[in-house]
Design a binder for this molecule. Structure first.
Ligand code: SF4
Length: 123
């Protein structure tokens, strides 16, 4: 066995500094994110919400899903409508990274179904 064994770390490590967090209205801009082999490993300077959101980031969420299973957008709309129609206390929450026209529609929907509407800056 050789006495001069070099341990080579083959992980590709990237550290991003000055990242802006888009998850609430505060828009913290000093987030530091360490990525190893394409996966987020650590998040610094973020609150619990921002950290949890980055740590659980999934790149494939552009695909419509119901209970984690791929579905058509029509199926998703039907499922959402059923949830809202059966909700005792409907709540529309979030909308931080949502364009203005979509926020208008969410407010119209809240008025229509008697829902409360909230924003992540309240957490
Ligand atoms: S979610 Fe937290 S880290 Fe992100 S912008 Fe808001 S306060 Fe900052």
């Amino acid at each position: 066995m050789s006495e001069n064994v070099a341990v080579i770390d083959l992980k590709k490590v990237e550290v991003f500094t000055g990242v802006v967090c888009p998850f609430c209205g505060t828009a913290c801009d000093d987030i530091e994110i360490r990525v190893e082999d394409g996966k987020i490993k650590t998040v610094k300077n973020a609150c619990a919400l921002g950290k949890a959101t980055y740590m659980h980031y999934q790149s494939d969420l552009a695909t419509p899903r119901i209970h984690g299973q791929p579905a058509t957008i029509e199926q998703c709309i039907d499922a959402a409508a059923e949830i809202l129609a059966n909700a005792k206390y409907p709540l529309i929450y979030g909308l931080d990274s949502t364009e203005l026209s979509a926020q208008r529609k969410a407010i119209e929907l809240a008025e229509l179904i008697g829902a409360n509407i909230d924003h992540t800056s309240s957490v």
